[in-house]
Design a protein around this ligand. Structure first.
Ligand SMILES: [Zn+2]
Length: 467
């Protein structure tokens, strides 16, 4: 496209800036079935969303919808907006269509900022109005050449009261014009595999166990002492008779080190060697995975994950244990600026990506159809932004307690969450004043930061119980 034609095109795209679309009335009122579906898929077990009795005892005095569902209520379904005959579409949708026609057919969401003025309740009818905020010049990005489109949506209830606002930014880009596309789509060459373990008659049960998904620890048949690594003769009683027990896979980090030099291509860097003390009492030398090496701490609870890590055989690795959801809400004055939230790994599976996309009523093919995702320039399906929002809100409210109220959720997306990866959430309290607490959050996977952002919480003084 020549420069003047491209300027004309941008001017045309920008014609609708400041213009608002028609009022869109959500197809269903806020309802407990969709809330439960969302909570199941997000694994968000905060009882104020799904347990009528616990919700009635809470500050909400009844069931409320997870705040991050805001956009899900007004999703339009499988048929893209504007294709229904006679429907006047939003100015944002008009820009998306113009970009599709011009070859910018791929789309990713990049930013989302939610303000929650009040939590929604079953029966609320959501009315939304979208305004086109901005369309960028053509930009070269890692994903491809495209335009950023920013919209603002105002949400009102059946009485006309504003209940929430959302700023949403997406990138519409030409498939195949990004870094991967320009390089011919070649993946970086794979590092060499880790050396194979030496397996003897005495250690075969251990490796066979890993193939079967079990961590088997040698046990003396005479005195029941556990040993790892396996031995030929019991150091306790001298017996040569052994059997084994299956470890629960839970333990704590006894010691750890991050080797830097010399480097071995088969092992990273960065990688963490950890000595894990198993619940059963014995210790195991292993790698600590799915966590930033700087965040590994002695005493940290970890769980077993058996997988091939650049290896022929499945290996016993350990990752941080998902922190338990608080059942009582933290007292506001127990929270201080600088407090760290415990790391929380979230395994990314195709099931999680698909079930959460559907729970958020997002039928974009890139979130459930691998072949179409590949045609659009992505190596696989990837998580949608509503799910990222839901998981960020879950992480912070699981830490703060069931009656912590999310007032604002602001996120920026980086690398995608693809299946067969783990996103680990981390966070820290950036500021606190009055009943408000601002938490910075980050979710990273093996490609880098998937999400960075912040969550603003209100911790009411009159919550059910602090400690
Ligand atoms: Zn023994």
């Amino acid at each position: 496209m020549s420069e003047s034609r491209s300027q004309d095109f941008v001017a045309e795209l920008r014609q609708g800036i400041g213009r608002s679309g028609p009022v869109w009335i959500a197809r269903d009122p806020v309802n407990t079935a969709m809330i439960r579906h969302w909570c199941d898929a997000m694994q968000d077990h905060n009882p104020v969303y799904t347990d009528p009795e616990a919700a009635a005892r809470s500050i909400h005095k009844g069931i409320v919808a997870p705040p991050a569902m805001l956009m899900a209520w007004s999703m339009r379904g499988l048929e893209p907006p504007g294709e229904t005959p006679g429907e006047t579409s939003d100015p944002g949708s008009q820009v998306y269509r113009a970009l599709d026609t011009a070859g910018y057919t791929s789309v990713v969401a990049t930013n989302s900022e939610h303000d929650y003025l009040r939590y929604l309740r079953p029966g609320d009818e959501l009315h939304s109005t979208q305004t086109l905020e901005d369309v960028s010049e053509e930009k070269k990005t890692g994903l491809g050449i495209g335009h950023f489109v920013t919209t603002r949506t105002e949400y009102r209830d059946q009485t006309g009261e504003t209940v929430g606002r959302m700023l949403f930014r997406i990138l519409k880009f030409k498939p195949g014009t990004g870094r991967a596309g320009l390089a011919g789509g070649q993946a970086p060459s794979a590092p060499p595999l880790r050396p194979e373990p030496g397996i003897s008659r005495d250690t075969a049960f251990f490796w066979e166990g890993l193939e079967a998904g079990e961590l088997r620890i040698q046990r003396c048949a005479a005195c029941s002492i556990l040993h790892h690594p396996p031995r030929v003769r019991c150091p306790g009683c001298g017996s040569y008779e052994f059997d084994w027990t299956c470890a629960s896979g839970r333990g704590t980090i006894y010691s750890h080190v991050e080797p830097v030099h010399p480097s071995f291509a088969a092992f990273g860097p960065p990688y963490v060697v950890g000595l894990v003390e198993l619940e059963e009492g014995t210790r195991l030398l292993t790698n600590i995975v799915d966590i930033d090496p700087d965040s590994v701490q002695i005493g940290m609870p970890v769980e077993l994950v058996i997988r091939r890590e650049n290896s022929e055989r499945p290996l016993p690795l350990f990752r941080p244990l998902r922190p338990e959801r608080r059942t009582t809400t933290r007292a506001r004055d127990s929270i201080r600026t600088g407090d760290e939230l415990p790391a929380c790994p979230i395994p990314i599976t195709a099931t999680l990506i698909v079930s959460t996309a559907l729970a958020s009523r997002d039928y974009q093919d890139v979130h459930h159809d691998r072949e179409l995702a590949k045609e659009r320039g992505s190596p696989d399906i990837f998580m949608n932004i509503l799910t990222t929002s839901g998981l960020c809100a879950r992480y912070v409210t699981d830490w703060a307690g069931p009656e912590a109220v999310v007032k604002r959720l602001s996120i920026r997306l980086g690398v995608p969450n693809y299946p067969h990866d783990t996103m680990t959430m981390s966070g820290s309290v950036r500021a606190e004043r009055g009943d408000r607490v601002d938490v910075d959050i980050r979710g990273y996977n093996r490609l880098g930061d998937h999400v960075t952002g912040s969550v603003e919480l209100e911790i009411p003084a009159a919550t059910g119980g602090g400690d």
